[in-house]
Design a protein around this ligand. Structure first.
Ligand SMILES: [Zn+2]
Length: 188
């Protein structure tokens, strides 16, 4: 079956919406982060980070089956970008592709991570859960960072779920995630 690629973003180029693909079940269709300013579409996919770390640019990336902007099946390699992930002593090389038909650039990113976050989603959730239940941060992760997640989540819950949200911060995390938000992003 190969890898299943899932584009989470609507790409708007030249002022019009040109592509959209539904996010996976964990993230509903309301997930609608704006595209990056330079028009890069991020494709969240299964990536074996340990293998990627070892093989670097020789990692066996599987090319998306089609362009998520225009559906063209022609995709060309478009170099790599270095990205930092927690637990690795050096940045990892993430593959990019370019569609020659519409010019869209697809950047492959591990689906276990939020965009712009170095820590896996499940670890961030565990941090929130532990803090909510015990009042302590997870060991092994800088407390300041965890504090940022926690505060950002509180702000986000207030902004999106309102002051009357009574189901607790962890359920707030899950709810926001299910609605397609990055629950610990500072962006409101
Ligand atoms: Zn295209």
């Amino acid at each position: 079956m190969g890898l299943k690629f899932e584009a989470f973003f609507i790409l708007i180029r030249k002022g019009r919406r040109v592509g959209f693909k539904r996010p996976p079940a964990a993230l509903t269709k309301t997930w609608a982060n704006p595209p990056t300013k330079d028009g890069i579409m991020i494709i969240f996919s299964s990536v074996k980070l340990k293998e990627l770390f070892e093989k670097e640019r020789d990692y066996p990336w599987q090319k998306p089956e089609h362009c998520h902007c225009c559906n063209s099946i022609r995709l060309w390699g478009h170099g790599f970008v270095q990205t930092i992930f927690e637990g690795f002593i050096r940045p990892l090389w993430l593959k990019r592709y370019r569609c020659p038909d519409c010019g869209c650039i697809l950047k492959i990113r591990p689906k276990e991570y939020f965009k712009r976050f170095q820590t896996p989603i499940k670890t961030i959730r565990s941090s929130i859960e532990q803090k909510a239940k015990t009042g302590r941060w997870l060991s092994g992760i800088v407390p300041t960072r965890q504090c940022h997640w926690f505060r950002a989540l509180r702000r986000k819950i207030k902004a999106y779920l309102g002051d009357t949200w009574m189901q607790g911060i962890l359920k707030g995390f899950d709810h926001l995630l299910a609605c397609g938000h990055v629950p610990v992003s500072r962006l409101i």
